[in-house]
Design a protein around this ligand. Sequence first.
Ligand SMILES: [Zn+2]
Length: 333
Amino acid sequence: MNQSPVELEIDLNQDGWQCGFARIPHSVHRSAYGFIPVPIISIKNGEGPVILMLGGNHGDEYEGQVALNSLARSLKPNQIHGQLIILPMANFPAAQAGLRTSPIDSGNLNRSFPGNPQGSPTEIIAHFIEHTLLAKADHLIDIHSGGSSLYYHPTALLSTPPSPKEQRLRQNILNALGMPKAILYETEVDAGYSSSAAARNKAIGVLLEIGGGGRISSDFLHQLEKALLRYLQHINVLDGTNEQVLTPTRNFRVPSKDYYIHARQEGLFQPEVKIDDQVESGQLAGWIHFPEDVKRNPEKLVFQHPATVIALRVPAKVIAGDCLYETAIEVTS
Ligand SMILES: [Zn+2]
């Protein structure tokens, strides 16, 4: 039995502007015949590419949730050639709670694909996205941020395809998005990420990291809104032209795990560099302080490799295992 138990309040085959809920069955003490209401919007006009856009894959990442709703409100079906399917709060219980993972089942949606139609709510949502929505999609745009713990400046994440022709296609997509930075990586086709789900469905998968730290940056939100319009225009789903981006995207890759710095002890993290700083091997990255232990000197953190700082931890309080920095090297060829 691989049938999804999700009931859709809208008809994805129908032209026009529709919104409703994808109903995830949820029978609990306070609501015997209840459902989890995942908001879904379809804007369809005839044949053409199908674009699936996700916000709230992680519930504490807010720019995508706001940008996708404002995009949906701004578009009329006659401006579209094809279809936009939008889930602004993809893991609804997590987004409602402002948490990365679902408070119902602790599920991390972006580790849960391809999901399970008989599983927990997060697994049912993952299965619905992969087998009902991505199965008909040509493109996936999954909008993330650093969440409550990390901060990014706008960055696109895109897999590196093997052929030069596909690589040119990807570069055109990056140019259309106009993000200042992109991280190129090899897709893990068998993994639980949305990019893996897109690859399994032969859809072009783009993940965006926009801000974070549990807040919304107005500047980044506006950059995101313009990037989404440019992307839709670039693939001829939306008429018109948006202002062009004059600064080319800088491409990066993360060569290995030791381009991340993690806390190894509990304490208070004091960063010494900023996002986009160029750092050298051995350079001071920050300190872990131990305020309860007066005689103990702070632990010094250093970068292992020359790199550019991509993401930075926001809260000072850390325990062993918390990610403090992501760094990457620029790809110039
Ligand atoms: Zn995320």
